[in-house]
Design a protein around this ligand. Structure first.
Ligand SMILES: *Cc1c(COP(=O)(O)O)cnc(C)c1O
Length: 503
């Protein structure tokens, strides 16, 4: 196309200059209009959400998303929001819906959502004091508060992270460096000999971390669990001993306080005693179980105070929007392993001057002020308020278990400690195991396509099961009963389909 404009070509429509979209003292009105429009639309949308999702398939939705021409801006907020409504809001998965029971996602508390607007608008970055000021102090207060809830002493410290995965990675990085420092001989890097012990029900991020940390491919040893899916401490002791005999170095034990599938809590006190006597770093992954810190069931976490590090996911059981997580350490000196000084950011003298630069504690640099969400939540609802919400879902899971255990249509695996239930639809006893698997997976898939309820699926002892994760205090026992009816209906249809198509 010719760069010269033809004289009678129509002029481009009037649009505010790009600068008009920058937030500053001149655009406060436009900011208010745009953000208010978003809030207004959502306030009308949320009451109309009548099932957890639409059930649309990825190819169908992808066609709509891919049709958008990113080279042709709409230039208008309302039009762009209409588009987002059709590409996102219409089919989104709504965790606040009482029949969403799939993964560890919670409905969010309103003060935390309000805080999101605040923290994005000011846009502080928590890496250094000179990019955050009060935000750094607020995060530090919350780290201290969380550490006190855990039962750590005055030397505790920590930092907010993007999630449990990052918290686990950072904790294991500290453990690796501690083990390495103790075992570094002349000319011998102990890295390939380091071993991590976690139960067979631990989160997969432990393995991801080991791989990122350069440990050997077989460095994570899966310790067997008892019938209640808790780590067997006798087996742990045996594995640590076997490891030492083979000339390997036990680097860390990861105990899980709330396994993702079963909500089971490893025997923290006994594991802590063992770790102390064997001089092994203890990391407690309480990504899910951390809600107990503010609940009337806090005794279930007894022993966590003896950990060297703890992962807490506020975005799981504190009803916080994604992301909000923290890693805590009992001894702040161990955080030196992630401290690196950059002349342009946090030069060494800032540490000597005690300038609070949280990048010194973190594996991130630019970092969101997620802590503000928890801060506003605690200042409005209080810790007891959050705990009461979590207690309600744990109560609900206990009631749901009674329902399931008495229902001949289903077989239930675990009596919940927290708020998950693993179960499956029963077939005739003489049905082949693969048919049980296909029927249960089929039931989950077709229920998801209907969008009327959402449950998860997992594998237990090699067989496929379904899972309810309850994190919504608004979910009633009647909701659970209705979802079980739906599961049974879809399972019967799946079984019929299998039996009529299999020769
Ligand atoms: C969810 C979960 C994680 C990972 O946390 P993210 O916030 O999803 O990164 C780690 N451990 C356990 C036990 C979890 O349930």
């Amino acid at each position: 196309m010719s760069p010269l404009r033809h004289v009678d070509e129509a002029p481009a429509p009037q649009r505010p200059s790009p600068r008009g979209h920058l937030l500053n003292e001149r655009t406060a009105d436009s900011y208010q209009t745009s953000v208010t429009e978003v809030v207004g639309r959502l306030a009308q949308w949320i009451p109309k959400v009548d099932q957890p999702t639409s059930g649309i398939t990825a190819p169908d939705l992808a066609a709509d998303v891919n049709r958008v021409d990113l080279e042709r801006p709409l230039g208008d907020m309302s039009e762009a929001l209409d588009e987002v409504e059709s590409l996102y809001l219409r089919d989104a998965v709504y965790f606040h819906h009482p029949r969403y029971m799939a993964h560890l996602n919670c409905p969010v508390v309103i003060p935390a959502v309000a805080a999101e607007t605040l923290l994005s608008t000011v846009n502080s970055s928590l890496d250094t004091w000179d990019q955050s000021v009060g935000a750094t102090l607020i995060e530090r207060r919350l780290i201290d508060w969380s550490a006190r809830r855990v039962g750590f002493g005055a030397n505790a410290d920590g930092v907010f992270t993007s999630g449990g995965t990052q918290s686990n990675l950072q904790a294991l990085l500290l453990a690796r460096e501690e083990a390495r420092a103790r075992h570094l001989g002349p000319g011998d890097d102990p890295l390939p000999r380091l071993r991590v012990f976690a139960s067979e029900c631990a989160h997969f991020s432990v393995r991801t971390s080991a791989s990122l940390l350069g440990l050997a491919p077989d460095s994570v040893i899966a310790v067997p669990c008892d019938d209640e899916r808790r780590m067997r401490v006798d087996h742990l002791a045996g594995e640590i001993a076997r490891c030492r005999e083979a000339g390997l170095i036990p680097m860390a034990v990861v105990a899980t306080a709330g396994t993702t599938d079963f909500g089971s809590i490893d025997p923290l006190g006994e594991i802590a005693d063992l770790c102390r006597s064997r001089m092994v770093w203890l990391h407690v992954d309480a990504a899910y179980g951390c809600g107990l810190l503010v609940s009337r069931r806090s005794h279930l976490l007894a022993g966590v105070e003896s950990a060297d590090s703890v992962t807490i996911d506020f975005h799981k059981s504190f009803f916080q929007p994604v992301s909000s997580s923290a890693v805590l350490v009992r001894d702040r000196a161990t955080l030196r392993h992630v401290t690196h000084h950059a002349d342009y950011l946090n030069p060494a003298h800032t540490a000597r001057d005690h300038t609070p630069n949280l990048v010194d504690n973190s594996i991130q640099t630019t970092r969101r002020f997620d802590a503000l969400k928890l801060w506003l939540t605690l200042r409005v609802l209080g810790a007891d308020g959050v705990g009461a919400l979590f207690d309600e879902v744990v109560d609900r899971a206990a009631e749901a278990w009674e329902l399931l255990a008495a229902d001949p249509r289903f077989e239930v695996v675990n009596q919940p400690r927290l708020s998950t239930l693993v179960f499956r639809y029963r077939l005739n006893d003489d049905s082949e195991p693969w048919l049980w698997d296909r029927v249960n997976d089929g039931a989950r898939d077709s229920l998801l396509s209907s969008g009327r309820a959402m449950v998860a699926a997992t594998t237990v002892d090699g067989r496929r099961f379904l899972k309810l994760t309850l994190l919504n205090p608004e979910t009633t026992v009647q909701d659970v009963a209705a979802v079980l009816d739906l599961v049974a209906e879809h399972a019967r249809a799946a079984e019929y389909a299998e039996l009529t198509t299999t020769p």
